[in-house]
Design a protein around this ligand. Structure first.
Ligand SMILES: [Zn+2]
Length: 355
């Protein structure tokens, strides 16, 4: 059984450039209208740290529109998840530009008291924006997908009531930040974990539902990604060691391609889903939550999303959120994850043979 979970990272650019109306509010409105037409909901991963700073410094008049939109999305049944780019937490605004604190880029490498402080502050802001003092998000996505080293951050988030993470993209590597999700490739469509998000632990308090990826040769990466690769590997403003590390990320035979509804073409999206549908036919008893990702700042082709939703509906697949899938994630854990895992392994081997 397949549930498609659309997740939208709701944010401006990670270096502080861009304005809320163009990069967040307008694209989210377009997406909201498309989903409303299909009577479907998505998960908005609201990057809270930037919104708090933007409001505190009064740098963007669209902040009130954005808060209203978050409340409306929540009321309409969309899920509000917590997304955090902690480099914003000590940000200063000077001469019309944001100066972010890159020493706090990865939440997971900060001392526990600082992690707790950042999370508490973020939850407080989210509750204020939603005007609901008891609100606690069910799901979390780390900024730049950095959820390693996992133990301390997961423990603090868990104490705050958050139960699902969706930061992992199987096969992902970022040498500059010590991110390595290659080990997670052998896991199923979701798994429990405790101290390392890469390692399934049936007794763990957390559930990882990773962003769906496929390992593909370079030429199959989405066009937008290839262009960034061609554009100096995104190496502007990096020191020599960072450049070497970034190049190491790319020196591989195959790359993890995320199911990205803002960057992939309709054909790429439907081809990837066709693979999951074929697997599901072989083993319909296993539960397959398939997480798609998009960013408000990347939504250039809303008609692609409309076409993709039409495809999913025509195939009879349900469009869900983590909140709605949660009972099933808890219920269908025994054995099904392992079966899905075996099939995933078979699929990878089949691909090797046909290549
Ligand atoms: Zn983000």
């Amino acid at each position: 059984m397949i549930d498609c979970i659309f997740t939208l990272d709701y944010e401006i650019y990670g270096n502080g450039t861009g304005v809320l109306k163009d990069l967040v509010y307008d694209p989210a409105e377009r997406l909201r209208s498309i989903f409303r037409n299909w009577n479907a909901q998505f998960v908005a991963f609201v990057e809270v740290a930037e919104l708090e700073k933007i409001e505190a410094w009064g740098t963007d008049s669209a902040i009130d529109l954005v808060k209203r939109q978050i409340r409306d999305l929540h009321e309409e049944g969309c899920e509000i998840g917590l997304h955090l780019h902690p480099q914003w937490c000590n940000a200063n605004y000077d001469n019309g530009r944001w100066a972010l604190d890159v020493s706090e880029y990865n939440l997971c490498t900060l001392p526990r008291p600082r992690i707790a402080q950042i999370i508490q502050r973020s939850l407080d802001y989210l509750r204020y924006a939603l005007n609901q003092s008891s609100f606690t998000p069910l799901s979390f996505r780390a900024g730049n997908w950095l959820f390693q080293p996992t133990r301390t951050a997961a423990s603090v988030l868990g104490e705050s009531g958050i139960k699902i993470d969706s930061s992992v993209f199987k096969g992902g590597v970022q040498h500059n930040h010590g991110l390595d999700y290659r080990h997670a490739s052998k896991n199923g469509y979701y798994w429990r974990f405790t101290s390392d998000v890469n390692h399934a632990d049936a007794t763990g308090p957390w559930i990882e539902v990773p962003i769906y990826t496929e390992m593909v040769p370079f030429w199959r990466m989405p066009t937008s990604r290839r262009m960034r690769f061609g554009n100096k590997f995104g190496l502007v403003n990096q020191c020599a060691r960072q450049k070497v590390n970034r190049l190491r990320d790319f020196v591989r035979c195959r790359y993890p391609m995320k199911l990205d509804f803002c960057r992939m073409t309709l054909k790429e999206l439907t081809c990837m889903m066709d693979g999951v549908i074929r697997e599901d036919r072989e083993d319909p008893a296993s539960y397959r939550p398939v997480v798609a990702i998009g960013h408000t700042k990347d939504l250039n082709n809303p008609q692609t999303v409309d076409g993709f939703l039409s495809f999913l509906r025509a195939k009879g697949l349900s469009i869900s959120t983590f909140v709605r899938s949660y009972p099933r994630l808890l219920q269908s854990e025994n054995g099904t994850t392992e079966r899905a895992c075996v099939l995933l392994g078979k699929r990878e081997r089949r691909r090797e043979l046909t290549r």
